[in-house]
Design a protein around this ligand. Sequence first.
Ligand code: ADP
Ligand code: MG
Length: 147
Amino acid sequence: MRSYFSAHPAETRELGRRLASRLRPGHLILLSGDLGAGKTCFTQGIATGLGIQGPVQSPTFVLIAEYPDARVPLRHVDLYRLERAEEILSLGLEERLEDGVWVVEWAERFEGYWPADRLEVELREEGEGRRLNFRATGADHQELEDV
Ligand SMILES: Nc1ncnc2c1ncn2[C@@H]1O[C@H](COP(=O)(O)OP(=O)(O)O)[C@@H](O)[C@H]1O
Ligand SMILES: [Mg+2]
């Protein structure tokens, strides 16, 4: 586990940008933390780091936003409003995991669903800033803890 402190949204984006430089197809990033913890902000940094231009917002009403034109294609998922676990199947995560990088907000709502090897990033408020804890759960994601 590696722990990072971000004093400002720009620092959170910078952590995402640095993580992006290490990402390869098949990497799965599970983000957890309350509303306003910085999950989307962090994802925006990842998107910038992957060479994605234009706005990246939480895809709350569409479940998934896809950015195919990137150094590594990005799929950004937000499960905040998802009610039934079976709906996750419609994402095609298992079939399409190797096609690009997946970043999932509110992953903790469906804990049993995810592949065993992933990078978990837990975000929470700490004073005026945010604490980001990076924890890889398998060999494929270990190198992503150090940004
Ligand atoms: N250090 C920080 N990192 C990220 N966001 C921060 C930080 N400090 C304050 N904020 C604010 O917290 C909010 C984070 O929003 P967002 O990234 O949409 O959160 P989430 O997707 O987790 O709901 C933004 O309004 C942002 O300006
Ligand atoms: Mg969000």
